[in-house]
Write a protein that binds this ligand. Structure first.
Ligand code: BDR
Ligand code: CA
Length: 313
């Protein structure tokens, strides 16, 4: 059984990933932590509570960071054209959800929960890495107690999606991401190199909703806005970024990885670019030396990943 804390900015593809973790028989979802990204923090947190209520989830929800790790960074824009004004495809999520939040800020919740379950917890982060970075700053030693970190973010051998260089989750808080990649824990990075190849058609979603009943019907309803956006770009359907990171947890055999230290460009025209120095490739001494090797996903079996998602939800 995989014990998971899910750090997220729901977000439509985040919602799919959350339902996957909630329904997968080998996953014990022990906490959900929220971060700004696809919408402002109050909205992503409200959305996490809404999904918890609709899907009858028991995992506590803790509210996290609403601004970047370096608070002097200018505020970014909200991608309402991808996720809708309400972050969930404009389905009309109520303003207030009558469910309590965990009283702790997300980074305290993460540290406490990891310490209560030493060596057992996988952190899956699919938004800005701000909460993880705040936890590392507060208690650097807790990293050694984390089993694994899996993140959706970055673009290594292809262009980004907010600039030619950078992917949204990293670009939204580059300093946080650089701290996460260089911390003494094992990170697997599921980036655009593989997620953009994992495209779910509207027909696939419809069929999944018919099989999965009300919870998947809700997922399908809130995904329509996102499907429309991505179908115009891919011609085929929606890119299921965040759920790919969750499938990596349960089915790593569906991915190829490359090992090496990862750094993030912080500032300048390539702000938020992720760059890996593959192990075994010689360079003069530089910024990648002395940092842990992390795993970057370079290949994926998209059809099998989609069928894993379908079976779980
Ligand atoms: C990432 O950015 C967000 O829009 C998605 O939820 C995903 O986590 C893709 O770049
Ligand atoms: Ca996300």
């Amino acid at each position: 059984m995989h014990k998971v804390i899910f750090d997220t900015d729901p977000g439509i593809d985040d919602a799919m990933a959350l339902l996957f973790l909630h329904r997968h028989p080998d996953v014990d979802l022990i906490g959900v932590t929220t971060v700004f990204g696809n919408a402002p923090l109050d909205i992503t947190t409200r959305n996490a509570l809404f999904l918890k209520q609709q899907w009858g989830m028991t995992a506590p929800v803790a509210k996290g960071a609403g601004v970047t790790f370096d608070p002097s960074r200018p505020e970014g824009h909200w991608p309402t054209f991808i996720h809708g004004e309400d972050g969930l495809g404009n389905i009309g999520v109520p303003e207030e959800i009558d469910l309590p939040l965990d009283p702790r800020p997300a980074h305290h919740f993460i540290i406490d929960t990891v310490k209560e379950n030493p060596g057992e917890v996988t952190l899956i982060a699919v938004g800005r890495m701000t909460n993880l970075a705040l936890a590392l700053r507060e208690d650097p030693d807790f990293a050694a107690l984390v089993k694994n970190v899996v993140i959706m973010g970055g673009a290594f051998d292809i262009n980004g999606n907010v600039s030619p260089a950078a992917e949204a989750n990293i670009h939204g808080d580059p300093e946080a991401a650089d701290l996460v990649f260089t911390a003494p824990w094992r990170v697997t990075v599921v980036g655009l190199d593989v997620t953009t190849r994992t495209v779910m058609t509207a027909k696939f979603m419809d069929e999944m909703a018919k099989e999965g009943g009300a919870p998947v019907q809700l997922l399908s309803d809130l995904s329509q806005f996102y499907i429309e956006f991505y179908t115009q770009r891919t011609g085929d359907g929606m890119v299921v970024h965040d759920a790919c990171a969750c499938v990596y947890l349960t089915n790593p055999e569906l991915f190829q990885t490359r090992s090496g230290a990862v750094r993030v460009v912080c500032g300048g025209i390539a702000d938020g670019q992720t760059i890996q120095k593959p192990d075994g490739v010689g360079f003069p001494p530089g910024n990648w030396d002395g940092h842990p090797s992390q795993l970057v996903c370079t290949d994926i079996e998209p059809e099998r990943v989609l069928s894993v998602i379908r079976s779980a939800v």
